[in-house]
Design a protein around this ligand. Structure first.
Ligand SMILES: [Fe+2]
Ligand SMILES: [Fe+2]
Length: 320
């Protein structure tokens, strides 16, 4: 989840973005940026162009999982059919199916519940666990009586909430502890909240709630509590979310921890990919050096992530 280069005044026309996104001859970074521009456009045509590209199964898993993520963030129920199709295709890439399930949770349509229930027992843990998280999120929202858009503060003005501001404008897979019911630990210190994040006896939904609370607090101490969650953890889905959140926080103090994850060849590709994108978001010489080292990685999703991340750094540093 990265490559977000968006400024409204610079957005190319929709047709050009769609063509670039679908053109497999174009560099992956350019296609990824086109997808994020389509997200910023936010129209029904943009949703449909992203969905069209998501269904090209033989295309890059990295790009396609970003497309599923984008559809979740765009929060248009029109995308649910496409996302359910991807989730239901058990021969598709697990990273893409995971992101499709997460997007269905982000959109939060009641009609997605049967598909999410069905794949909550999928043999791939990253898929089954994501479906369970999405179901927990939908159930939590029902309990709150809030709209499906309640976990976003932005998203095209669809948000309507006032509990615990999410400064990142992302629609998250779980609410922070400060939001609504069941948010234990809201008054806890940063260290205690870190322990809550790392407590493997809790459900993933609870751990995610604590994770987003730390993220919303911000600052070095919170970022380092999260970075410590990589150590001794064996749940890949959880670790990839930690890396994603560290990419949002963009704290340079977490570069060494993210570098360790990226350099661990035995780590799940989804975790290494997310660490690469986080390093791209943080930027700086150390992060750039790490990304260059893994630019030719044997794992395609990791190699492509480094490529996209370096391109993102380059984009921002050439803006003067
Ligand atoms: Fe990702
Ligand atoms: Fe993900």
């Amino acid at each position: 989840m990265g490559g977000e280069v968006q400024e409204k005044k610079e957005i190319p026309p929709l047709q050009q973005l769609r063509e670039c996104l679908l053109d497999r001859g174009q560099p992956i970074a350019k296609r990824t940026h086109s997808a994020f521009f389509l997200r910023t456009l936010g129209s029904a045509e943009a949703v449909s162009a992203v969905g069209e590209a998501l269904l090209v199964e033989e295309d890059s898993a990295l790009l396609r999982h970003e497309l599923a993520y984008i559809l979740g963030q765009m929060q248009d129920e029109a995308a649910c059919e496409t996302l359910e199709k991807v989730l239901g295709n058990t021969s598709d890439d697990c990273m893409v199916r995971h992101e499709a399930a997460e997007a269905l949770g982000a959109i939060g349509a009641d009609s997605s519940v049967p598909a999410l229930e069905r794949f909550a027992s999928d043999p791939a843990p990253e898929v089954s666990q994501t479906c369970q998280l999405a179901l927990d999120l939908i159930a939590w929202r029902r309990k709150q009586g809030t709209s499906p858009y309640a976990t976003a503060t932005g998203g095209g003005g669809k948000a309507d909430r006032g509990l615990d501001a999410n400064p990142y404008l992302s629609v998250d897979p779980a609410p922070s502890c400060g939001e609504g019911s069941g948010g234990e630990g809201v008054g806890e210190g940063t260290e205690e909240m870190g322990k809550r994040v790392r407590d493997g006896d809790r459900t993933l939904f609870e751990r995610y709630r604590a994770m987003f609370s730390l993220r919303n607090r911000g600052g070095e101490a919170a970022a380092l509590e999260l970075a410590a969650a990589f150590r001794g953890e064996d749940n890949a889905l959880f670790k990839h979310e930690v890396a994603y959140v560290l990419g949002q926080m963009q704290h340079p103090a977490t570069v060494p921890a993210l570098g360790t994850v990226l350099a661990d060849l035995a780590e799940h590709q989804m975790v290494r990919h997310e660490a690469a994108e986080a390093l791209g978001a943080i930027g700086g010489n150390e992060a750039e050096g790490l990304l260059r080292t893994f630019m030719a990685d044997d794992v395609v999703a990791v190699k492509e992530s480094c490529e996209v991340a370096l391109d993102t750094i380059d984009y921002w540093s050439n803006r003067g």
